[in-house]
Every structure is written in structure tokens, then in C-alpha cells.
Design a protein. Structure first.
Length: 302
């Protein structure tokens, strides 16, 4: 009974923590869009992940050096794959997307990720095939289609943005599956220190000659936006995300990302003045319906 009670408390903490992450991550794209007015997508991605990577690496070298060495020794191949198919690559793709489409449209594409995660996890034997869950996911996918068809401005730029937006959840899906095995053995901070730092360093050769000037000309408001994207958006967000991944099914934690489009789209309309048509609003509502069905009938932890 005591063990069951502890497990229930852990799951409750995981759901509460995940809820906080989703609210923060839902707001991050609004600030990223503002920062893209002075930085390129690659420069913005480098700045965020290099800053967070240095902080994580310093902490790990001071407190968890032995665990870092053990992870690199035992799971080097997995760590390399998590770096390649990781947050740096995914966010670079996302930043390239929101240059061309609204933050709300890009965020809705996160809804594609659970489909990919579920198929990969089921094929790998991490989860069982469940027709009910697939039905609920497909309902949410119908909402994504509605959002696509609500296209703000049809043209090459729009489809380029959609292509990068669609690539983002595919990268995240692979990352969730690969990370699940590592976080079962190592702490989230140790796991993130390498992909964040190494991934951002790999971007550094492509930085433009005007990068430092762009940083120097950023006003206080933009620095506050950057701080929000790095501290709560990355340090807290990814730490809690990977901790939740240790205790929850990959597809369940990924499915919870359906909440983000609502937060992001609402923030985009209120803070960025982005358009919101009835078709797009209906698509978001259908996406939420799928989330409700998954979490109430087919998505409970067992």
C-alpha cells in the first residue's frame, strides 16, 4: 500500500510539473517570434542552447562528474543520437518555421508527434497497440488538417513554413524514444548537458559575422524575452520534461503537448496580433477533443 501511495504521489507530481512545462513552452514561441526580429533562426537557436548548455555542463562537472563519465562510457552511441535528433535540431526547425507561418500554426504541428511516438514505441515493444488510442489521435489529427487548410497566406513561404513545422515533431518523436532509455539510468541534467552544449557548438561555424552586433543592439525587453526562453523555458522545462519521461509512457507525455497550441495560438493573437479564423479555431478545438478522449479513456497510466 505504501509503495502504491508513493507511485500515485509521483504520478500526481509528474502531471502537475508537466502542466507547468506546457504553459511555459506554450508562451515561449511568442517570445521567440519577437527575438527573430533581430536574430536569425540559427543565431537564436545557438544563443538559447549554448547558454543553457554551459549552465548545465558547469553544474554537472561540479556535482555529477562521475555520472557524466558513466553515461558517456555506457551510452555514448545513444547520447550521440539524442544530440543529433534532439532539442537543438528540433528548435532550429521550429524557428525556421515561425519565420514563415504564425506561431499558432507551427504549434499545432506538435500534435503530430504523438502519432509518430506511438507507432515507434509500439513497434519497439515499449507500448501495446490500442485501437481506441489511435482513434482518439486521429480525431486530433483531423484538427491539424483544419489548421493547415486555414492557411493565412497561400504561397511558397507558407508551404516552406509548414515543411519545417512538420519536421519538428518528427525530430521530437525520435528524441522521446531514444531518451526514454537513457533517463531511466541517468539524471535529466546529465543527459541534457551534452546534447545542449555539443549541439549548439556544432551550429557555431554557421553564425554570421553580425551575430555579436545583433546581441549588443538588443534592448532590455528582448533580453528579458531571451531570459524567459532560457531559464524557465529550458532549464526548468527540459529538466521537468525528462523527469516526467522517466515516470510516464512516451506517448502519454507526448500527447499532453496538444495543450500547447491553445496557449501559443491565444498568445499569438493577444500579444503578436496574429490572425485567428473560425477554421483554425475549430481545428484547435478538435485537437483538444482528441486530447480529452485519450486522457480520459485510453491514456491513463497502468
Amino acid at each position: 500500500m505504501a509503495l502504491k501511495g508513493k507511485k500515485n504521489r509521483t504520478m500526481t507530481a509528474a502531471f502537475i510539473g508537466l502542466g507547468g512545462v506546457l504553459l511555459i513552452w506554450g508562451m515561449v514561441p511568442i517570445f521567440l517570434k519577437k527575438l527573430l526580429s533581430v536574430l536569425t533562426p540559427l543565431e537564436l537557436t545557438f544563443t538559447r542552447f549554448f547558454s543553457a548548455g554551459v549552465l548545465y555542463l558547469v553544474f554537472v562537472l561540479l556535482k555529477k562528474r562521475a555520472e557524466l563519465a558513466q553515461m558517456l562510457r555506457e551510452d555514448f552511441r545513444l547520447v550521440a543520437l539524442v544530440t543529433l535528433f534532439g532539442p537543438v535540431t528540433a528548435m532550429l526547425s521550429h524557428n525556421l518555421a515561425i519565420v514563415h507561418v504564425t506561431v499558432g500554426t507551427a504549434a499545432v504541428f506538435v500534435a503530430i508527434e504523438p502519432v509518430i511516438v506511438y507507432f515507434i514505441a509500439a513497434a519497439a515493444g515499449q507500448e501495446k497497440w490500442m485501437a481506441g488510442r489511435m482513434t482518439s489521435i486521429l480525431i486530433s489529427m483531423a484538427g491539424v488538417v483544419m489548421v493547415i487548410l486555414s492557411g493565412e497566406e497561400w504561397g511558397a513561404s507558407y508551404w516552406t513554413g509548414l515543411a519545417f513545422a512538420a519536421l519538428t515533431p518528427g525530430i521530437w518523436a525520435v528524441n522521446v524514444i531514444l531518451s526514454k532509455e537513457i533517463v531511466a539510468r541517468h539524471s535529466p541534467a546529465v543527459l541534457m548537458s551534452v546534447p545542449f552544449f555539443a549541439g549548439s557548438v556544432c551550429l557555431s561555424p554557421a553564425l554570421s559575422g553580425d551575430y555579436l552586433d545583433a546581441l549588443a543592439n538588443m534592448g532590455p525587453g528582448l533580453w528579458l524575452a531571451m531570459g524567459f526562453c532560457v531559464i524557465p523555458g529550458m532549464i526548468y522545462g527540459f529538466s521537468m520534461w525528462y523527469w516526467c519521461l522517466r515516470h510516464m509512457k512516451p506517448s502519454t507525455i507526448s500527447t499532453s503537448l496538444y495543450v500547447m497550441p491553445v496557449v501559443t495560438a491565444s498568445g499569438g493573437v493577444a500579444l503578436l496580433g496574429e490572425p485567428m479564423s473560425w477554421v483554425k479555431g475549430g481545428g484547435i478545438a478538435v485537437t483538444l477533443l482528441g486530447l480529452y478522449l485519450i486522457n480520459t479513456r485510453y491514456g491513463r497510466e497502468t
